[in-house]
Design a protein around this ligand. Structure first.
Ligand SMILES: Cc1cc2nc3c(=O)[nH]c(=O)nc-3n(C[C@H](O)[C@H](O)[C@H](O)COP(=O)(O)O)c2cc1C
Ligand SMILES: O=C(O)C(=O)c1ccccc1
Length: 383
């Protein structure tokens, strides 16, 4: 019979045609002006790592168990020792109000509604108090992490930390992969500059001071290329009781270092391919970090996760929880708070369905045995 065997959903309602994160990316991207679009979507240099972060997932195949009763499948787990609806959070991304005026407030409300965590960027356009209040207004036990760069101004770093802690943030994500900015051709070609009218409350700079600046000359001028484990981690521990997570680890060596320094967790990340191009996709760096950790430190991952199946693969390879950056920006650009709801619901539904179709009833059932790899001319190889 001619025609498409897959029923096409009714084209009614504002979200009817957005069925997956890639639909959201396309719809959001069409709405953004070129400078903002390229700033959000691009990676560094040749974009190799940016693309591989997503494509590397496709080498894994699922090994489902059938005839399992999955009627009580439960994707819930914990993050920062608190319950979350499923193992996904929103990574710290600065400048969210450029995607939608409600920016981080909309993200916080949507995360709270869906029962997941969010990490607040130091370059957020709303203050930590405002973002916390937005989330807590929807769900009283909403957990937030605070992202921090290693900055030249230790006084400012300390203020950001103390503020986050006093506002009730649970963890600090120390971004360790950005002593200097990555090579961002898109920003140079478009002469990207911080738009007028956006505030950066955590930085205590006048909005007027920061607007019109390039990334190098603005945000990244805060960063300290003299940062190091021995100086920064003990100092951080002396200033805060929040959990300390290192964001940007890609090797077994640095996982061991994080354990040695007494950190609480490691976020395997390459900054969404925006810093050093040519590093491995995070899903390919994850196994060596998990192996080195040997259960002694918690391991999360971000970068290129675009479906519930990608989430499932990351968990099967040993991550406890994943984070997504650009999908939240796309949700905001597409439809503000409702767009972020749509993004989170899409991931939730896809992840739960993937669990059920592989015969997993809880996230603990998602193990290496659930995955295989197709080699060039052989059968499916078990991991
Ligand atoms: C527009 C944008 C802004 C970002 N800003 C920050 C930031 O302020 N601090 C930080 O540690 N990481 C930042 N990141 C990196 C994200 O936290 C995260 O590691 C990355 O986006 C994950 O990859 P994904 O976008 O493919 O999901 C940013 C990423 C994007 C796309
Ligand atoms: O562009 C980035 O990757 C990033 O980390 C950032 C930092 C400050 C403001 C906006 C984004």
């Amino acid at each position: 019979m001619a025609g498409n065997p897959v029923p096409i959903p009714a084209k009614t309602g504002p979200h009817a045609k957005i069925l997956c994160i890639d639909d959201l990316r396309i719809a959001a991207t069409e709405k953004l002006p070129a400078g903002a679009r390229d700033f959000y979507n691009s990676g560094s240099t040749d974009q190799l790592t940016l693309h591989e972060n997503t494509s590397a997932y496709s080498k894994y195949r699922l090994r489902p168990r059938v005839l399992v009763d999955v009627s009580r499948c439960d994707p819930s787990t914990t993050c920062f020792a608190s319950p979350v609806a499923f193992p996904l959070g929103v990574s710290p991304a600065g400048l969210q109000a450029m995607a939608h005026p409600s920016g981080e407030l909309a993200t916080a409300r949507a995360c709270a509604r869906r029962g997941v965590s969010m990490c607040i960027s130091s370059f957020a356009n709303y203050s930590v108090s405002e973002i916390r209040a937005a989330g807590l207004g929807v769900r009283g036990d909403m957990r937030h992490a605070m992202q921090l760069y290693t900055m030249k101004d230790r006084g400012l770093e300390e203020k950001i930390l103390r503020k986050a802690e006093s506002e009730g943030c649970s963890a600090v994500f120390l971004t360790a992969d950005s002593p200097v900015l990555g090579v961002r051709y898109n920003e140079w070609r478009n002469d990207f500059r911080t738009p007028k009218g956006l505030n950066f409350p955590a930085l205590e700079w006048d909005a007027e001071d920061i607007q019109g600046r390039t990334h190098d000359d603005g945000f990244m001028s805060f960063n300290d290329d003299g940062h190091n484990w021995a100086r920064d981690i003990p100092w951080l521990r002396s200033v805060t009781k929040m959990e300390i997570w290192i964001k940007g680890v890609l090797t077994a060596e640095d996982t061991l270092k994080a354990i040695e320094m007494g950190c609480d967790g490691v976020l395997v990340s390459n900054h969404g391919g925006r810093q050093l191009d040519g590093v491995a996709a995070t899903i390919d760096a994850l196994p060596e970090c998990v192996e080195a950790a040997a259960g002694r430190i918690r391991i999360h991952v971000d970068g290129g996760i675009r479906s519930g199946t990608d989430m499932f693969k990351a968990l099967a390879l040993g991550a406890e929880h994943v984070w997504v950056g650009r999908p939240a920006i796309w949700g905001l650009a597409y439809d503000g708070e409702q767009g972020v709801d749509l993004m989170l619901d899409t991931f939730y539904n896809e992840f739960k369905r993937c669990m059920q179709l592989t015969g997993c009833n809880s996230v603990k059932d998602i193990t290496k045995a659930c995955l295989g790899v197709v080699r060039s001319d052989g059968p499916l190889a078990r991991l």
